[in-house]
Design a protein around this ligand. Structure first.
Ligand SMILES: *Cc1c(COP(=O)(O)O)cnc(C)c1O
Length: 235
């Protein structure tokens, strides 16, 4: 049993109200924020409801899931948001518009190689392990600069921003300091004007904390549960 269209519509309205509140509070504009619908475990029927409500950017964790849904849904842009294994790059290289989770030079090499073979340049975000959590993927804060310089050498990759998955907390205010830190790193790198690096996206904030993330400068928020309800991984 999936969630019905009425719920998704009501949920989206709630999310839009929250985004509006956060942009107003921080002197930003709604159109500067991309709401990415996180569709992992959600079936095609329910995803289409969201797409028809205007959500055209969809995020998935698993390359297999992008592949199984790709030909079922038209007119959308897919984003790889979860950790990406090197051996899975080939399955998504010509299907996604943005990879949010670049976290190693080895992965960059593979993306570059696969992109080259398809004659395209892949846009990527560098994932940062902002709270230095054992359980999380991402580059550590003090390695970001050298990592970005190294990745800038690949012709078929373009770094266009940063991404993080903040800690799971009860009170989203606890993550404000991490979002603030992300923003600082983002601005620092932007000001250095590295060759082949174009800082334009800051992907941070999920269902639990996207309002705080927007207040601290996020321009892509990734929302799953808030839109589709609790995920059922056993389906
Ligand atoms: C699942 C997931 C999300 C969405 O999480 P919700 O809490 O359901 O909004 C966002 N980003 C990443 C990387 C995810 O894996």
């Amino acid at each position: 049993m999936g969630v019905d269209s009425v719920n998704i519509e009501a949920n989206l309205k709630q999310i839009e109200d929250n985004i509006q509140r956060a942009v107003t509070k921080s002197g930003r504009k709604r159109e500067d924020i991309l709401l990415l619908a996180v569709t992992k475990t959600i079936d095609v029927e329910n995803i289409k409801v969201a797409v028809n409500l205007g959500l055209k950017d969809l995020g998935e964790n698993k390359p297999q899931e992008i592949n199984s849904k790709y030909f079922e849904i038209d007119g959308v842009r897919w984003h790889q948001i979860g950790h990406l294994q090197t051996n899975k790059v080939k399955y998504i290289i010509d299907k996604v518009c943005l990879i949010h989770s670049l976290d190693s030079v080895k992965l960059a090499e593979e993306i570059d190689k696969r992109a080259k073979s398809k004659g395209l340049t892949m846009e990527v975000l560098v994932e940062i392990n902002i709270a230095n959590e054992e359980s999380k993927h991402g580059i550590s804060i003090n390695e970001v600069d050298s990592f970005i310089k190294e990745v800038s050498k690949f012709d078929n990759i373009r770094v266009v921003g940063l991404m993080c998955v903040a800690p799971f907390v009860e009170n989203p205010e606890e993550n404000r300091k991490y979002f603030e830190k992300m923003r600082k790193i983002y601005v620092d790198i932007k000001e250095k004007n590295y060759n082949n690096i174009n800082m334009k996206y800051l992907s941070m904030g999920m269902t639990n904390d996207y309002e705080v993330a927007i207040e601290e400068g996020a321009n892509i928020v990734r929302v799953g549960t808030g839109l589709f309800g609790e995920r059922d991984y056993n389906k």
